[in-house]
Write a protein that binds this ligand. Structure first.
Ligand code: HEM
Length: 453
């Protein structure tokens, strides 16, 4: 872990490009410019960015482990997401308050409980894909967004009926709007009347609060409240050590946080899964055979490899609360330290032939927690990692059971910023056939060659 120090500042090398140009490069082509700097300077370098300030970028697993295990008296989570979700959001809490909240939220997201949601995920995948066209190319990303939205609304919010319909209509647009404003200067979020971006943010929030207040009241009045299995009910039952509950306002902030953090990230990863697998027909055939035989190792390894090669969040940052020593570097108070997920995953030292898409690297060999970091790490590690893993496993398994995905030799889709995550630029296009239909031919040729990385 990093420690506090009075040593003179010693930052990793910084490119000699003017700050403004660095900023333009970072915003316009973040992936490419960061990859180019890593090539030149290695696994630690300093970016001088307008607005964000000086940022140390690290991708070496040892430094990443040090950063993630650093005491929260010395580093804090960076970013303004908390501001978007409200003071009761996990993203707004730090130190003891954050620790106590996580203590209440971790049990509802525990692995065993996740298994009880599998039926709902399968139902949502089947419902959404029942209208998929056969033999005609279409974008799968919108379907993935609807599947993961409905999955969270039903399992986390416990929503059904009118509340489910209202939230389904309000939330995607509300979260997209909020995440766009999150990366703008604070003035963009101010309420200058109903037509201003800040005004829309405020009116969306008012409507959301009204729906959630009704939902909470309905759930409390449910004669089966004590037995309910959704995360909202568990949050309403949870008590801090002093016996107090999470207030309803904080519950509303937290539900919004869980949805914003978990909906698009999971959908985008599923979309990349389709994008990758169609370009690897041999693998696709092996996965289908494994699912038919009731196995799971290759499916799991394929999801890990999609997350390694196409991480949907490319980094997570902490701010130094005081001067800290991280490895050989001495970082002053106020600097951000960004653990670059994309650089860590592209490291040849951590992953042999890192450019290749090769799930076999993870078969019977789970990824290392500090080299493979799609969910971040330490006290802020993704709370919904178990939920996302369960959801992606069930979704992929169901898709492979129901459909034959036609392989393609089209070049891989480019990366595109999409709300909170990085998505395939063409929407993860696919051509599918129902495995029950005559047109399917069902068998995918195992001899067809996979198409590179
Ligand atoms: C593939 C899907 C997902 C990915 C790639 C992902 C990724 C991440 C990352 C990178 C972080 C920041 C961790 C850090 O700073 O160290 C994070 C935090 C978080 N995620 Fe996820 N996430 C996913 C799905 C979910 C889901 C399904 C939920 C909930 C239903 C969720 C809830 C959260 C929350 C609450 C945090 C904040 C944790 C804290 O600061 O204590 N995420 N996630």
């Amino acid at each position: 872990m990093a420690v506090a120090t009075a040593d003179p500042v010693r930052l990793p090398p910084a490119p000699r490009i003017p700050k403004l140009l660095q900023g333009v490069g970072f915003v316009a082509a973040r992936e490419k410019s960061v990859a180019a700097l890593a090539k030149r300077y290695g696994s630690a370098f300093t970016l001088r960015l307008p607005i964000f300030g000086d940022t140390v970028v690290v991708s070496d697993p040892v430094l990443i482990k040090d950063l993630f295990t650093t005491n929260t008296d010395l580093v804090a989570r960076a970013g303004v997401l908390g501001e978007m979700f409200g003071p009761g959001s996990t993203f707004s809490l730090d130190g003891t308050e954050h620790r106590e909240r996580r203590k209440l939220l971790v049990p509802p997201f525990h692995g065993k409980r996740m298994a009880s949601y599998e039926g709902i995920i399968e139902e949502e995948v089947l419902r959404e894909t029942s209208s998929w066209p056969e033999g005609r190319e279409f974008e799968t990303m919108p379907s993935m967004m609807r599947i993961t939205l409905n999955a969270i609304l039903r399992t986390v919010f416990g929503a059904e009926g009118v509340a489910l319909d209202e939230l389904r209509e309000l939330l995607p647009d509300m979260v997209l709007h909020a995440s766009r404003l999150a990366v703008m200067p604070p003035v963009a979020r101010r309420d200058f009347g109903p037509r201003s971006p800040g005004g829309k943010l405020a009116s969306n929030r008012e409507r959301y609060d009204e729906i959630i207040a009704r939902l909470i009241s309905d759930i409390r009045n449910d004669p089966n409240f004590a037995e309910r299995n959704d995360v909202l009910s568990l949050m309403l039952h949870a008590r801090y050590e002093d016996g107090s509950p999470i207030t309803d306002d904080h519950v509303a902030d937290e539900l919004l946080t869980l949805l914003a953090a978990g909906h698009e990230t999971t959908a985008t990863t599923l979309a990349w899964t389709v994008e990758r697998l169609r370009r690897h027909p041999r693998l696709l055939a092996r996965l289908t055979a494994e699912v038919d035989a009731g196995g799971s190792d290759l499916v799991q390894a394929a999801i890990w490899e999609v997350q390694r090669t196409r991480p949907v969040i490319n980094g997570t940052a902490r701010i130094a609360k005081t001067r800290i020593k991280l490895g050989e570097w001495v970082i002053p108070k106020g600097h951000a330290v960004l653990a670059s997920i994309s650089l860590a995953h592209a490291s040849e030292e951590s992953f042999a032939d890192a450019k290749a898409f090769n799930p076999d690297r993870f078969v019977s060999n789970p990824p290392d927690n500090h080299a493979w970091i799609p969910y971040g790490g330490g006290v802020n590690r993704c709370l919904g990692a178990g939920f996302a893993a369960m959801e992606m496993d069930v979704a992929l398994r169901t898709l492979l059971r129901e459909f034959r995905f036609a392989p393609t030799d089209a070049p891989g889709e480019r990366h595109q910023n999409h709300g909170v995550s990085i998505a395939p630029a063409r929407g993860a296009r696919a051509v599918v056939y129902r495995r029950t239909s005559a047109a399917s031919g069902d068998r995918v040729s195992v001899s067809a060659a996979d198409h590179g990385s």
